[in-house]
Design a protein around this ligand. Sequence first.
Ligand SMILES: C=C1C[C@]23C[C@H]1CC[C@H]2[C@]1(C)CCC[C@@](C)(C(=O)O)[C@H]1[C@@H]3C(=O)O
Ligand SMILES: O=C(O)CCC(=O)C(=O)O
Ligand SMILES: [Fe+2]
Length: 417
Amino acid sequence: MVSQERQEPAVPSSSSSSAKRAATSMDASPAPPLLLRAPTPSPSIDLPAGKDKADAAASKAGAAVFDLRREPKIPAPFLWPQEEARPSSAAELEVPMVDVGVLRNGDRAGLRRAAAQVAAACATHGFFQVCGHGVDAALGRAALDGASDFFRLPLAEKQRARRVPGTVSGYTSAHADRFAAKLPWKETLSFGYHDGAASPVVVDYFVGTLGQDFEPMGWVYQRYCEEMKELSLTIMELLELSLGVELRGYYREFFEDSRSIMRCNYYPPCPEPERTLGTGPHCDPTALTILLQDDVGGLEVLVDGEWRPVRPVPGAMVINIGDTFMALSNGRYKSCLHRAVVNQRRARRSLAFFLCPREDRVVRPPASAAPRRYPDFTWADLMRFTQRHYRADTRTLDAFTRWLSHGPAQAAAPPCT
Ligand SMILES: C=C1C[C@]23C[C@H]1CC[C@H]2[C@]1(C)CCC[C@@](C)(C(=O)O)[C@H]1[C@@H]3C(=O)O
Ligand SMILES: O=C(O)CCC(=O)C(=O)O
Ligand SMILES: [Fe+2]
């Protein structure tokens, strides 16, 4: 009897036959991300034929400040207001490099240094990067290559994994199924991860959604997510130490049974990168983000009113605090504004692992003297808010707490636009 359970390949690789099958590559032509004809009833994307339609569509898209006498080369729904798409600063952000290996090697001075670096970063712009994380470099490369393999598939194949409405899981092209304006110049593939299941949940997702050919790709992301979960818990220990939380293990235990989100971002080259964005200005609603990016660059953090580029460092993972952890720290650590810009020449890939609590866990800081800055809430509520009522942006947590206090029925949460 052949064993039914899946065997993990010795060396994961995403190069299954169909994953390599596609001849087309998004990298060559600076075409807009593949636009889906949004399923009815949500409005479909009207690509303007002439100038007046472009003007009308663009002003609807809130891009009225652009001088549309210069015909945009990109469809109007992809145009972003100047305020959000304003030029990047020439000054890169000095993102502290924290060696998290000190949590395992008994280096007490190193531990104090790491805690101080994290405290300084998280109390200001909310970003740091980690080395000594122990994540296999070959696995990171396989995960980035897997993103290239997936996104170069024909649209019909990617569509087999299309996002389930109201959830974050699945494939989307420019979120064209959700929004009518300020479309991000990207394609994404997102799926859930949690451990302790009877079978490998990420492998099940890939095989169940895309077919048996995608089992190797599923194993790459299964192992990658397992490594990200472990790294997340290590970082939680460091955050706890840096916050001086008396209850040792409070944050680590809070996320032991986490149910996280893995997101692969693919940003095609763009003919007018200054008029659109790969990912708009936002704070992550989640707790902690671990970002592995390729060498192209594009992540920017808002510091003192300037969009400061974060230079990719080979082998390092970029970490940022999300809204949920800002609430867990009662506002001491900041969930900060960031965005992703695109360029004319090279496609860019980034892998974002979003650590999220189990859905029903109540997000509440450890007992502290300070007055509470945020109400109790569950991740399920905040997640539902971002997927069904509100496009996560620069004010998500404030909008969410208002929505909670007024009750979902009354709150005038702005529609997802
Ligand atoms: C809970 C989530 C919603 C988003 C994915 C995760 C964490 C980041 C959020 C997001 C990336 C913030 C910017 C806007 C967004 C719509 C996007 O550009 O993808 C957000 C994600 C989402 O709602 O799919
Ligand atoms: O691609 C990037 O560099 C950032 C993406 C991001 O911020 C996100 O997906 O939340
Ligand atoms: Fe983000």
